[in-house]
Design a protein around this ligand. Structure first.
Ligand code: ZN
Length: 282
């Protein structure tokens, strides 16, 4: 695992705008520690009860462990605090595909051999680019891994679907914190604060799909990195947008690249940067 990438401390909460001494600030992992993210934005998220740090870690935990526990285990991805819980083998239980059949122990398997289903929301492109109405349905991209040990027991349960909230909030938080790390507080008008923090935000009407979507094509080949993120300013119909791409579990096959429009500059656009490269995370 490569060393941490630490950005310049911010000194104010990047979500609610409060600063010391009113609040204490904690360091933010741009991609969660639980996903082995190693980019850190120091002094950037208020901590304590009902703080932004508490809210963001709660939805990230729901997303990472609710939707992607199978892939995490398969790839051996553990946060720095949970290294001790690393699983060396996992018991496999199988049952006949009929109601009420008891499940049988079928052996202990390495995490890399355990059957599971990975499942990702495959959104359309952000609607700001397409002008489309909010989609009626969202496609799920599912893949069965390690079917071999199942032999005559072909059914595997996928992870339960946990709704749009955890995935949309997590993508928004990654893009927002990364944009501030790279471009600085106040260099753009943030578009995603509501989707990150507002407790009453309605995720079912898919208004968020204006700014959050996916590349249409699924990458044919996985990357050598565990995750990849990149950000760049784009000019679109006289608007200057800050555009972030987030490819979680890029080292695994069948994972989509999310596209997030994170902010806007009202007049002259962003200061051009020399180069924008995806950060290699692992
Ligand atoms: Zn805050």
């Amino acid at each position: 695992m490569p060393a941490e990438l630490r950005y310049k401390p911010v000194g104010v909460c990047i979500y609610c705008g409060r600063r010391p001494p009113e609040v204490e600030l904690s360091d933010e992992h741009i991609i969660a520690d639980g996903l082995q993210g190693n980019m850190i934005l120091p002094a950037s998220s208020c901590k304590g009860s009902k703080s932004c740090a508490e809210k963001t870690s709660r939805f990230e935990f729901r997303y990472i462990n609710g939707a992607h526990d199978g892939l995490k285990t398969y790839l051996g991805v553990y946060g720095t605090r949970r290294k001790k819980n690393r699983k060396t083998t996992i018991p496999l239980f199988v049952s006949e595909p009929k109601d009420g059949a008891p499940s049988k122990f079928a052996g202990n398997l390495l995490p890399s051999q355990h059957p599971f289903i990975s499942q990702f929301e495959h959104f359309e492109r952000p609607r700001i680019f397409t002008g489309n109405p909010p989609p009626e349905n969202v496609k799920m991209l599912a893949r069965l891994w390690n079917s071999k040990p199942l032999k005559n027991y072909p059914a595997v349960n996928g992870p339960p679907w946990i709704g749009f909230e955890p995935v949309v909030r997590t993508l928004s938080k990654i893009a927002h914190s990364y944009a501030i790390a790279e471009y600085g507080m106040g260099s753009f008008s943030p578009l995603l604060k509501e989707t990150i923090l507002n407790d009453r935000f309605d995720f079912d009407d898919k208004a968020w799909s204006m700014f959050i979507g996916c590349e249409t094509e699924i990458p044919k080949y996985p990357s050598l990195n565990l995750h990849e993120v990149s950000i760049e300013p784009v000019k679109f119909q006289n608007r200057f947008l800050l555009f972030c791409k987030i490819w979680l579990f890029s080292s695994a096959e069948s994972t989509p690249i999310y596209e997030v429009v994170v902010g806007e500059h009202w007049n002259s656009g962003f200061t051009p940067r020399k180069s924008v490269v995806p950060h290699q995370l692992s």
